[in-house]
Design a protein around this ligand. Structure first.
Ligand SMILES: Cc1cc2nc3c(=O)[nH]c(=O)nc-3n(C[C@H](O)[C@H](O)[C@H](O)COP(=O)(O)OP(=O)(O)OC[C@H]3O[C@@H](n4cnc5c(N)ncnc54)[C@H](O)[C@@H]3O)c2cc1C
Ligand SMILES: *[C@@H]1O[C@H](CO)[C@@H](O)[C@H](O)[C@H]1NC(C)=O
Ligand SMILES: *[C@@H]1O[C@H](CO)[C@@H](O)[C@H](O)[C@H]1NC(C)=O
Ligand SMILES: *[C@@H]1O[C@H](CO)[C@@H](O)[C@H](O)[C@H]1NC(C)=O
Ligand SMILES: *[C@@H]1O[C@H](CO)[C@@H](O)[C@H](O)[C@H]1NC(C)=O
Ligand SMILES: *[C@@H]1O[C@H](CO)[C@@H](O)[C@H](O)[C@H]1NC(C)=O
Ligand SMILES: *[C@@H]1O[C@H](CO)[C@@H](O)[C@H](O)[C@H]1NC(C)=O
Ligand SMILES: *[C@@H]1O[C@H](CO)[C@@H](O)[C@H](O)[C@H]1NC(C)=O
Ligand SMILES: *[C@@H]1O[C@H](CO)[C@@H](O)[C@H](O)[C@H]1NC(C)=O
Ligand SMILES: *[C@@H]1O[C@H](CO)[C@@H](O)[C@H](O)[C@H]1NC(C)=O
Length: 500
């Protein structure tokens, strides 16, 4: 036995007074949860609520929340990460509040943006709407046909556009192409892809759907407000029971290795190494590290290597990025009425060619500027596509300057610079490396599912030692906040079941 192994054994003995024989279960098992995002905090809450107290939550960042990141802007909290509660029915985020929180509502469910063209020539909203309804009808209500289609969403929708009666009118074909481009970006924003040719049409149809309004907001509180309810800082079940899950969280703890299935300790403990130094011994480890980080670092993160089936699932599932920009103005220049929900940007072929190769090319990824519920002085851009790395690297100054240029180009008027701005950088953030998972063409080719990512690694003594959770592991609502919460509850429940 080498010195390290000896020390491990030794400290194990000092931490736990009695070492139980092979296969026997601990009375108060030590559980390490990696990541203090929604899934990690959901798992910690459920475990504590069921009497498990020997828990640590290790978080690499200097804050909890993960892809929930509400920041103070324009004197309230705006969200750089998840922003909307998508649907009500069977949505754990909605239900957990049990009516305690009154959500804000938006007009996005039944209103289209005001479409603008890059040549600033007014475009027929009616014609745009015809194309838009065609896209939406096929994206939402044509699952019978789409689920049989082996190609991408891009191919599927372009087929529908080109076959439509609107597209047969020669003078409207160019507008049709601009709308195709617009819905490419729409789907990339939904799913975090770079192009809709990488979104599997048939897998698009396997996700669950939560009925009800799709864009509920946390008003000026930000999505961070949800943690109060999720972690039972405030009771929502009619009792006075509260928990202190925060007391289990350790920040600035980057897990650099997880050693599992260690036979020298009779497979008892996994060893979680933090910042290449500190070691935690665990009966169970719940890994909620984002899929993008697993893709990039699973080889150094796990000793021994993960099983091939799991590595294949990590490789096969898609994971990409979206971006947001929030601009604050003293005086809003956009319409102040309930009918207006945002500007949709349609680039003409000529202007696409002209902007390509210039330092403003990244603006081709910017699909819309939308209004922000309860923030009258703020306008928000949504972006996705091949220019995200460039976008994340731009300075605030350049972003504001380029946005003013964009407004001038599409609205035909010169506007003042915004007062302040804030933008996202998920792709270039070490602990995220993107925004969320999606079903790519490779996912379909490899025949992998989110369930394949929700693996449990057992020791030969049948102990469920490593469990995976996180947005990407939820079978029904992957990529969504409520999927992340469900996945954390599921992982915790499996540990609870093992001891009952
Ligand atoms: C821009 C954006 C917009 C979104 N919009 C919506 C929306 O409107 N509605 C919706 O429902 N969902 C939305 N989502 C998705 C939602 O935010 C996520 O699905 C959810 O928050 C993911 O939770 P998680 O626990 O799986 O992962 P995370 O929140 O990412 O938690 C994982 C944690 O692990 C930490 N970590 C990573 N590596 C290590 C390590 N080595 N050691 C220790 N800790 C580590 C990370 O720092 C992170 O805190 C959005 C996401 C983004 C990025
Ligand atoms: C945001 O920050 C400002 C300035 O630091 C502060 O005055 C204000 O109270 C903060 N707003 C909120 C909602 O916390
Ligand atoms: C789609 O792929 C499946 C399996 O590869 C095949 O059985 C089916 O015929 C294909 N469908 C079409 C329309 O090509
Ligand atoms: C194209 O349109 C025609 C007539 O509307 C329809 O019969 C046909 O099924 C459509 N094809 C596709 C691929 O949608
Ligand atoms: C895109 O995201 C939506 C909403 O989360 C989901 O229903 C759909 O399955 C996703 N599609 C793909 C191809 O990933
Ligand atoms: C919601 O609250 C009511 C009382 O306030 C309680 O009876 C009920 O059990 C709660 N539901 C949930 C899901 O917590
Ligand atoms: C754990 O290690 C043993 C050998 O010590 C090996 O037989 C077994 O396959 C390993 N388990 C996993 C899940 O890799
Ligand atoms: C927008 O309109 C509402 C009501 O019509 C009004 O109360 C509000 O002050 C207006 N906001 C701005 C910024 O003009
Ligand atoms: C990011 O910016 C730096 C300096 O501003 C530059 O050196 C680097 O090449 C940029 N990277 C990308 C991907 O644009
Ligand atoms: C895909 O995997 C599922 C199990 O997850 C299996 O039932 C199915 O047969 C597989 N399909 C193909 C085409 O291999």
């Amino acid at each position: 036995m080498d010195l390290l192994k000896f020390l491990v054994q030794f400290s194990v003995f000092t931490i736990f007074s009695a070492v139980l024989a092979n296969g026997q279960k601990e009375k108060d098992p030590k559980i390490v949860i990696i990541g203090a995002g929604l899934s990690g905090m959901a798992a910690a809450t459920k475990l504590m609520d069921n009497g498990f107290n020997n828990i640590v939550v290790l978080e690499a960042e200097n804050r909890i929340g993960g892809r929930i990141h509400s920041v103070n802007f324009s004197n309230g909290f705006i969200d750089l990460g998840a922003q909307w509660v998508h649907g009500v029915k069977n949505n754990v985020v909605y239900e957990i509040n049990n009516g305690t929180y009154k959500f804000g509502v938006t007009g996005f469910d039944d209103k289209l943006p005001l479409f603008l063209q890059s040549n600033a020539i007014p475009v027929s909203q009616y014609k745009c709407e015809n194309f838009a309804f065609l896209a939406l009808e096929n994206l939402f209500s044509n699952y019978n046909e789409m689920s049989q289609f082996n190609g991408s969403i891009g191919e599927f929708i372009i087929g529908k556009f080109k076959n439509s009666s609107f597209y047969q009118i020669p003078e409207d074909q160019e507008l049709g192409d601009e709308m195709i481009d617009f819905y490419d970006k729409e789907m990339n924003i939904w799913n975090g892809s770079e192009t809709w040719f990488d979104l599997s049409a048939k897998l698009h149809c396997v996700s669950g759907f939560n009925e009800g309004l799709q864009y509920l907001t946390w008003k000026r509180d930000g999505y961070k407000e949800f943690f109060k309810y999720l972690t039972k800082q405030v009771p929502t079940d009619g009792t006075n029971k509260t928990l202190n899950v925060m007391s289990k969280v350790y920040l600035n703890q980057e897990v650099t290795n997880i050693e599992w299935n260690i036979s020298t300790s009779n497979y008892k403990y996994a060893i979680v190494t933090v910042n290449d130094q500190k070691k935690y011994y665990a009966d169970h480890v719940i890994v909620t590290i984002p899929l993008g980080v697993l893709k990039a670092r699973h080889e150094s993160l796990f000793t021994p290597d993960l099983p091939n089936k799991l590595k294949r699932a990590i490789d096969g599932m898609g994971y990409g990025n979206i971006g947001k920009i929030f601009l604050e103005y003293d005086m809003p220049f956009w319409p102040n009425d309930t009918e207006w929900v945002g500007y949709g940007f349609l680039w003409t072929k000529y202007d696409i060619a002209a902007v390509k190769g210039t330092n403003k090319e990244w603006l081709l990824d910017l699909q819309m500027f939308i209004k922000v519920d309860k923030f009258p002085n703020v306008i928000e851009a949504l972006l996705a596509g091949p220019h995200m790395r460039t976008f994340e690297n731009l300075s605030s100054d350049v972003i504001m300057h380029d946005c003013v240029w964009l407004f001038q180009k599409f609205l035909g008027v010169i506007l003042p610079r915004p007062k302040s701005m804030i933008k996202t950088s998920w792709l270039t953030s070490k602990n995220f490396l993107g925004s969320y998972s999606y079903f790519s063409m490779k996912t379909a080719e490899y025949n992998v599912t989110s369930n394949d990512l929700a693996e449990t690694l057992f020791t030969p003594t049948k102990k469920p030692q490593i469990k995976f959770a996180g947005e990407h592991t939820d079978p029904a609502y992957s990529s969504n906040a409520h999927g992340a919460v469900n996945s954390g509850f599921r992982a915790a429940q499996e540990i609870i079941d093992y001891y009952s």
